[in-house]
Design a protein around this ligand. Sequence first.
Ligand code: G6Q
Length: 554
Amino acid sequence: MRLTDRPTWKALLAHCREMGETRILDLFDRDPERPSGFSLEACGILFDYSKNPVSAETRRLLLALAEDASIPAQVAAMFEGKRINVTEKRAVLHTALRNRSKKPITVDGQDVMPGVRAVLGRMRGMAERVRGGIAKGVTGKAFTDIVNIGIGGSDLGPLMVTTALRPYGSPGLRAHFVSNVDGAHLAATLAVVNPETTLFIISSKTFTTLETLTNAKSAREWLLTKLAAAGPAEILVEHHFAAVSTNLEATAAFGIIPERVFGFWDWVGGRYSLWSAIGLPIALTLGFERFEELLAGAFEMDEHFRTTPLERNLPAMAALIGLWHIDFLGHRTLAILPYAQDLLYLPAFLQQLDMESNGKRVDRSGAAADYLTGPVIWGAPGTNGQHAFFQHLHQGTQVTPADFIVAANAVDTLPGHNDMLLANCIAQTEALLRGKSADEVRAELKARGMQGEELERLTPHRVFPGNRPSNTLVLQRLDPRSLGALIAFYEHKVFVQGAIWNINSFDQWGVELGKQLAGGVLADLESGKPAAGHDPSTRRLIEYVLKSRNDVTT
Ligand code: G6Q
């Protein structure tokens, strides 16, 4: 039966009409226990979803929908290594990468855990050798800089995590991330590193991604030129390059020695791969123990997710709240607002995780979905956003649900700063909820001596409608363990939503198309003439660029 024909879906539609204009504040008035009744705590994370237009009845109906979609069975199928990525006929086992138990995890009867442990062991060895100054550059100097060259799933995860855990980093070993094929990205990075002490990690599951290979080749050229006097090309590449890939033939052809190639498996999707060898920059810069703490935090969330009934299950409840916003209230975006500068890249990471997983328009059977699926994810660190786009959140014509993320304790701060940060975060959720009525505005203006026409003219501009929904996630502190749990929380939230929408959250044909199309236009640019078959606009753009370009290579 189609999702929208199910009685559980129809019951939610009817309930949505009944809820009508119910304000979230009314729900607090009706239920004094709401703050605790509509929040959950697990794995060191408080998930407060009380500031959403969700009553006990809404929750009951959402849970019924989840049961109807056999969420517990779908969760079990993922953890058990079933080939739930139906379009690529692959298992989805990023959870195996952080499985800290002794339990085997099998795909088609084959235990994947020995392979996982073997790669982790090699990562540990590499991290220890680089950090201990045993693995050195060709001229005998210890490494001071790691340049990860990768894009999408082979970039955002390690970039986000190494940035988020900055206070745990090693001052002597800096990580840089080059993803954009725009030569400016690599050039700017190469300008600040010393070839003698730089280790390049080429991260590409397929080792065919145009951007990554272009950057990798240019980095190799740069190194060979800079260190020409230090030895032959193959020795330089051997010392200064490592790779993370499933394509061992291509890494060998690039000149990377097998001992420096770290593999992973087709059951790890790019956006779920930071727990695999794609996390090598994390292990190198933070140390392998920290990387293991990250895995342990994620494992803890996996266990919570796998074993906890849906009504007390953080990712499941977050998914249901999101689904209520998207499909029933029509709120199509979600703002991710980390109140932590070190979580700078979290919105971009979650944007990929969610939008690449659930940005799908057909269900698993290939039928067009007649309901909205994944939301548009965007955001930026608070408090900066408050001085920019929060205007839209407070007074815009659209309602944007938001996730506020904050740590109760700072790892590395200056006196007074953390309280100010926390105060801003909490106050914003309150302001979005309460708003400011016309009467409150009038009273405020009168107190300032304003009256008459001027007061009435200004009042509507200063009214905040309020009733704007948000979740608040409070971590004890931003450390490897809690970050691991937080990322796994979002991974599983996305899973539950995709499972209810009956879509395959684990393919990415939309991304694959881009990889194909760029090749065609590139050939046009290189040949100086657009090939036949382009639409008129594209053809004109290619011609315009051909006429105007005048590259300067420094
Ligand atoms: C992630 C996507 C995509 C992928 C990049 C890089 O889930 O598949 O972002 O990670 O396109 O691909 P490679 O690792 O193969 O270079």
